[in-house]
Design a binder for this molecule. Structure first.
Ligand code: PEP
Ligand code: MG
Length: 588
C-alpha cells in the first residue's frame, strides 16, 4: 500500500531506493559497513558477547540472595532462554553475512525485526517479552563496546575494497539504498559520508539541527522530523525521498515512481547547468564583488570546496575532530596535522578554523541526546565548554597557531556573549603563543574573529568590534536563541523563522556596524547557503557568505543576477515589515 510521511526538507533532490532501517537503541551504537573479509571476525564478536552475557546472567542467577523475589530468578531464566534462541542469533548473522553490517548494527536491526513480531502477538504475556529481549540485546551491546573494530574514517578516501563492497551490495539488491532512522547523531551522519546511501530520513531533528547540516553537506536528499517514519517504514520497502518538499513516499505505485524519476532527471540537469558557473566570478550586475566561502566539517572536504571555486573556508567546524571517539580527545599533534591538512588542501586560500563547538545537539559521544541537563542548548556548549577546560582549549589553540605557519588561518570563537569570556579567550590565546615560544615551536599569525550567534552578542556588537578583527554571524543559533526555538526539535520547527523581524534586525545591525567600522563580516549559518535569502542579504550589505560547497553555485547564480545597489531600498522595506516573508514572495 502506498502512503506518504511528511517531514522537514533539509537537503534538496529526489532519492529513490530501498529502505535500510537503523534501529534506535538506548545504547550508543556505531553503524558502519564492514569489508567482506571482516565477516568472520564480526560474527566472532557476537558469539563472544553472547557467551559473556550468558556467564553474567548465570552468575547473577546463581548468586541471588535467598530472600529475593522469585520473579527475579524467573526473569533471568527468560533472559538466558532468549539469548539462546535462534530467532535472534540466526537473523543477526544474516545481516552481517549478507548486508555487511557491523555486529552492533546487525544486532539492533534484528532486534527491530523480532520486536515487531512480538508487537503483533495476541498473547499479552508474550508481547511483554519484547522488553526482556531489548534488555538482553542491550547487555550484549554493552559487552561489545570497547571491543569494536576501528570505525573506518568517514572522510578517508574510498579504497578499492570499499568500492568493491559497495558494488557487491548493489549487485545483490540491484537498487540504491536509503537510510531510515529514528535519529542519527551528527557524528553518525558524518560516518555515512561516502557511503552507499542515496538518501536519509529521520524521525527527529529540525532544519538546522547539526544532523541536517551534515546531511546537506553530503548533497544527498534528506528529510528530518518525519516523526514516526522509522516505525512505519519496513526494511527493504521502496521509498521516495523528496528533499525539496519534505515528503517521503512509501511503496510508491509505478505512476508515482515514473513521475519522481522524471523530477530526478530534471534536478540532475539543473545541477549540470549550475556547474557551468564554476569559474564565473561572483560579481553582481552593478560590479560588487561577493566572497563565497565554504563550510567544512573535515579537512578532507577541502577539494569539494575548491571544485566549486570557493575563495576560502569560512567555517571549519573543528568539533567533528572531537566527536565519536568515546571521549578520547585529539591531542595537539593530531589536531595540528588535521588543521594543516585543511590549510594545505585549500592551496593558499584562507581557512577559518572555529574552536570546538561541542554540546547541545553535537554531543562528544554518539549518544544522541543529552538527557542529563535540562536545557543543553543553553548549557555548557561551545566557548563555555572550552573555557571550562583551559588545558583542552590551550591544546587546540596551540594546534591552530602551529597550522597557521603553513598558510592563512583565521581563528573563530563560537557563542561568545560576555566581555569576560572574550578577555579570557584572548588571554588564553596569548598564553598559547607564549607556550609555543617557550617550546621553540614555529607558529603563524591569525586574525581573530567572533561568532555572533547569541542575541546578547548582536546587541553588543560595538564591544565585539573593539576586540575582534572580524565577525561571522551564525544565523542557525542566532535564530534559535532570538526566538527561543530549539533548532533540533521538530515539534517547534514551524516557528523557526529566519525572516522574523527581530532576527533580521539583529542581522542587519551587525552587518551595518561591522561595515561602518571597516571590519569584515560574513554569515556562516544555513541562511547564507539558501538562494532564497541571497538578495535580501546582499541588500543588507553582506558581501561575504559561507556555506556548504554544494550550495555555492546556486547562491552564485543569485549573486550574478542581482543588482546590489537596487536591493538596498527593498531590503529596508523588508526589514520594516511585520511579515517580511510576504514581501519576499515566500509565503502566501
Ligand atoms: C550557526 O549557529 O549558524 C553556525 C554556523 O554554527 P553551528 O551551526 O555549527 O552551530
Ligand atoms: Mg552555532
Amino acid at each position: 500500500m502506498t502512503f506518504s510521511i511528511h517531514g522537514l526538507a533539509v537537503a534538496r533532490g529526489i532519492a529513490i531506493g530501498r529502505a535500510v532501517l537503523v534501529a534506535s537503541s538506548r545504547v550508543d551504537v556505531a553503524h558502519y559497513f564492514i569489508a567482506p573479509e571482516q565477516v568472520d571476525a564480526e560474527l566472532m564478536r557476537l558469539v563472544q558477547a553472547r557467551e559473556a552475557v550468558m556467564v553474567e546472567l548465570q552468575t547473577l542467577h546463581d548468586h541471588l540472595p535467598k530472600d529475593s523475589p522469585p520473579e527475579l530468578s524467573a526473569i533471568l531464566e527468560v533472559h538466558l532462554m532468549l539469548l539462546q534462541d535462534t530467532m535472534l542469533a540466526d537473523g543477526v548473522s544474516g545481516w552481517i553475512k549478507e548486508r555487511f553490517y557491523n555486529a552492533e548494527w546487525a544486532l539492533t536491526s534484528q532486534l527491530d525485526v523480532v520486536a515487531r513480531q512480538f508487537d503483533e502477538m495476541d498473547d499479552a504475556y508474550l508481547r511483554e517479552r519484547k522488553g526482556d529481549l531489548e534488555q538482553v540485546v542491550e547487555r550484549m551491546l554493552r559487552h561489545m563496546k570497547g571491543v569494536a573494530h576501528v570505525i573506518p574514517h568517514p572522510s578517508a578516501k574510498r579504497s578499492n575494497q570499499t568500492r568493491q563492497q559497495d558494488l557487491q551490495l548493489g549487485d545483490e539488491m540491484d537498487v540504491p539504498l536509503v537510510l531510515v532512522a529514528h535519529d542519527l547523531s551528527p557524528a553518525d551522519m558524518l560516518q555515512f559520508k561516502q557511503s552507499v546511501f542515496t538518501g536519509f530520513v529521520t524521525d527527529v531533528g529540525g532544519k538546522t539541527s547539526h544532523t541536517a547540516i551534515v546531511a546537506r553537506s553530503l548533497d544527498i536528499p534528506a528529510v528530518v522530523g518525519a516523526r514516526t517514519a522509522s516505525q512505519l517504514v519496513r526494511q527493504d520497502d521502496w521509498i521516495i525521498i523528496d528533499g525539496d518538499s519534505g515528503v517521503v513516499i512509501v511503496n510508491p505505485s509505478p505512476i508515482i515512481l515514473a513521475e519522481y524519476g522524471f523530477k530526478q532527471r530534471q534536478a540532475d540537469l539543473e545541477r549540470e547547468r549550475l556547474l557551468r558557473l564554476r569559474h564565473t566570478p561572483a560579481v553582481t550586475l552593478d560590479g560588487q564583488r561577493v566572497e563565497l566561502l565554504a563550510n567544512i566539517e573535515m579537512p578532507e572536504d577541502a577539494p569539494a570546496a575548491l571544485e566549486v571555486s570557493a575563495v576560502g573556508v569560512g567555517l571549519f567546524r573543528s568539533e567533528f575532530l572531537f566527536m565519536g571517539r568515546a571521549g578520547a580527545l585529539p591531542d595537539e599533534q593530531e589536531q595540528y596535522l588535521a588543521y594543516k591538512r585543511a590549510v594545505d588542501g585549500m592551496k593558499g586560500l584562507p581557512v577559518t578554523i572555529r574552536t570546538v563547538d561541542i554540546g547541545a545537539d553535537k554531543p562528544l559521544d554518539r549518544t544522541v541526546k543529552d538527557e542529563t541537563h535540562l536545557n543543553p542548548a543553553l548549557g555548557l556548549r561551545a566557548i563555555r565548554w572550552s573555557l571550562a577546560d583551559p588545558a583542552m582549549f590551550l591544546t587546540q589553540l596551540r594546534a591552530i597557531l602551529r597550522a597557521a605557519a603553513h598558510g592563512q588561518v583565521h581563528l573563530l570563537i563560537p557563542m561568545l556573549a560576555h566581555a569576560r569570556e572574550i578577555t579570557q579567550t584572548l588571554a588564553l590565546l596569548d598564553k598559547a603563543r607564549k607556550q609555543l615560544d617557550a617550546r621553540g615551536e614555529v607558529f603563524g599569525p591569525v586574525k581573530v574573529g567572533a561568532m555572533i550567534e547569541v542575541p546578547a552578542a548582536a546587541l553588543s556588537v560595538k564591544m565585539f568590534l573593539r576586540y575582534f578583527d572580524y565577525l561571522s554571524i551564525g544565523t542557525n543559533d542566532l535564530i534559535q536563541y532570538t526566538l527561543a526555538i530549539d533548532r533540533a526539535d521538530e515539534l517547534v520547527a514551524h516557528l523557526y523563522d529566519p525572516l522574523h523581524p527581530a532576527v533580521l534586525r539583529l542581522l542587519a545591525e551587525t552587518i551595518a556596524e561591522a561595515r561602518a567600522q571597516g571590519k569584515g563580516v560574513s554569515v556562516c549559518g544555513e541562511m547564507a547557503g539558501d538562494p532564497a535569502m541571497t538578495r535580501l542579504l546582499l541588500g543588507l550589505g553582506l558581501r561575504s557568505f559561507s556555506m556548504h560547497p554544494t550550495q555555492i553555485l546556486a547562491v552564485k547564480q543569485e549573486v550574478i543576477r542581482a543588482d546590489a545597489s537596487k536591493l538596498e531600498a527593498w531590503a529596508q522595506e523588508v526589514l520594516a515589515s511585520d511579515e517580511p516573508a510576504e514581501l519576499m514572495g515566500l509565503k502566501p
